[in-house]
Design a protein around this ligand. Structure first.
Ligand SMILES: CC(C)(COP(=O)(O)OP(=O)(O)OC[C@H]1O[C@@H](n2cnc3c(N)ncnc32)[C@H](O)[C@@H]1OP(=O)(O)O)[C@@H](O)C(=O)NCCC(=O)NCCS
Length: 147
């Protein structure tokens, strides 16, 4: 997870990856990244994917993870982002409005080990008549083991 965060932060993307950090006593105790997602043949479409999200064990269950996710959603809501994807536990991400139904017609770069974990949240309506749309992620996420 830390390696993925480092890889994402060192990768130049357009639009930029969003990285949010919570610190305590000058140490990082929580972090989330949102990196851009595109689809072929539709330059107007803008997506992001939330990954990774992590809070240091001693600080978990104090709302830090939720604050990071909510702050990222709020920041992306002020941009032209249409949708945010996440691949994680639906019992956690459903509280922010992510659903598997929203993500189901978006095809991931690699076959999912846990298909139920593939979820999305719509921020802005977008036009698409395609029944299935393959997404393109940044280079750091193009690794089969992450999916
Ligand atoms: C998932 C994680 C980021 C949550 O951070 P956090 O600061 O503890 O989150 P919050 O305080 O906002 O929310 C805590 C709640 O989420 C629940 N929760 C945490 N992980 C969960 C999971 N995988 N599935 C369901 N619920 C989960 C906790 O039980 C707690 O429930 P409660 O509100 O009923 O007490 C943190 O547990 C973590 O870093 N885990 C290890 C890394 C990881 O799994 N990252 C997510 C990858 S998809």
């Amino acid at each position: 997870m830390a390696k993925l965060a480092t890889d994402l932060l060192s990768e130049q993307t357009t639009p930029p990856t969003i990285s949010l950090l919570v610190e305590s006593n000058n140490s990082a105790i929580g972090h989330v990244a949102f990196s851009p997602v595109t689809i072929d043949n539709n330059r107007d479409f803008q997506g992001y994917i939330l990954a990774p999200l992590a809070v240091v064990p001693d600080y978990q269950k104090h709302g830090i993870g939720s604050k990071l996710v909510e702050a990222g959603i709020e920041q992306l809501s002020d941009t032209n982002t249409h949708i945010i994807f996440v691949y994680g536990d639906p019992r956690y991400y459903s509280r922010f409005g992510f659903t598997a139904e929203t993500a189901e017609h978006f095809i991931t770069p690699y076959r999912l080990e846990y298909p139920a974990g593939w979820q999305a949240l719509i921020l802005k309506a977008y036009a698409s008549e395609d029944a299935s749309i393959t997404i393109n992620c940044v280079r750091s996420l193009q690794k089969p083991a992450l999916w």
